[in-house]
Design a protein around this ligand. Sequence first.
Ligand SMILES: Cc1cc2nc3c(=O)[nH]c(=O)nc-3n(C[C@H](O)[C@H](O)[C@H](O)COP(=O)(O)OP(=O)(O)OC[C@H]3O[C@@H](n4cnc5c(N)ncnc54)[C@H](O)[C@@H]3O)c2cc1C
Length: 289
Amino acid sequence: MTERYDLVVIGGGIHGVGVAQAAAAQGHTVLVLEQTALAAGTSSRSSKLIHGGLRYLESAQFSLVRECLRERALLLKLAPDLVRLRPFYLPVYRHTQRRPWKIRLGLALYDLLAGSSKVSRYSSISRHHWERLDGLITEDLEAVYCYPDAQTDDAALTRAVMQSAQELGAELRVPATLQQVECHAQGAIVHYQMAQQSYPQEAQAYHLSGFAKVKLKDYDGALEEFNRYDSVLSGNPNTLFFKGYCYEGMKKYPQAGQAYRRYLQTVTQGNYADHAYNRLRQWQAKGLI
Ligand SMILES: Cc1cc2nc3c(=O)[nH]c(=O)nc-3n(C[C@H](O)[C@H](O)[C@H](O)COP(=O)(O)OP(=O)(O)OC[C@H]3O[C@@H](n4cnc5c(N)ncnc54)[C@H](O)[C@@H]3O)c2cc1C
């Protein structure tokens, strides 16, 4: 067994490398284990948007949208090579469920929550410009709106964040596959396999990410697991458990969301949004962007 790490991150997707970067920026010793390659999972297969969550306005998740827009603004500023603004066009047809007034209201609110004068505002595309929009069907078309959102190369972003984490001292082992985790009073032993050999790794805390493909169907089981680990959390605040899929299910399972926030707060000793900001500044300071 090698030295003890403050944090072992399992999974080199965007969540894992982001947590590794945030923790390394705070001076923690971090090891990332990835079984295939960085961004081998959903982090290279997303829609490649760094969006502010326009659709969450409909479910009145205003603070979430504000937070996403803030992160989007930071990424646009600090990683201009990887994150760029793009125009998005919203055609509204006679049969479209959401009426033009509702879409306009949503876009105006989205602009307001973005709060930045540098990012262009939404606009209504006048009828005589519709034909310039390639491939647009104009039959029964009532209105077209254009708003800005950001796009990225998700795999490159993941690799860049890992590179930054490594610059900050984090280590990466790949291919290395998690086998099991044993929790004990002082932390955990993370067992993993690399080059057909098994290794036990002592850690104070660990982070599991990207198990969505296995567990998505089992949200209730996930919550049960969270509740179980919650008791571990209260008994030993340094032994923490998180699975990426519960982050996705935050709205449905607020308790899972709370566990996630607690996890990040413990690992980074503070507020995650601030650390996300700090980690990007570190990234810039290291000349990685
Ligand atoms: C169709 C689709 C479109 C999306 N579009 C967007 C979008 O536009 N914008 C956005 O922000 N989000 C989007 N998302 C969500 C986003 O892609 C995911 O939230 C994100 O990629 C999840 O990252 P992750 O690190 O949790 O998981 P992953 O990227 O899946 O990473 C998990 C990693 O863990 C590794 N791993 C698994 N098991 C083990 C093991 N036993 N040992 C070691 N390593 C292991 C895997 O190889 C993998 O690399 C989209 C998702 C989907 C499905």
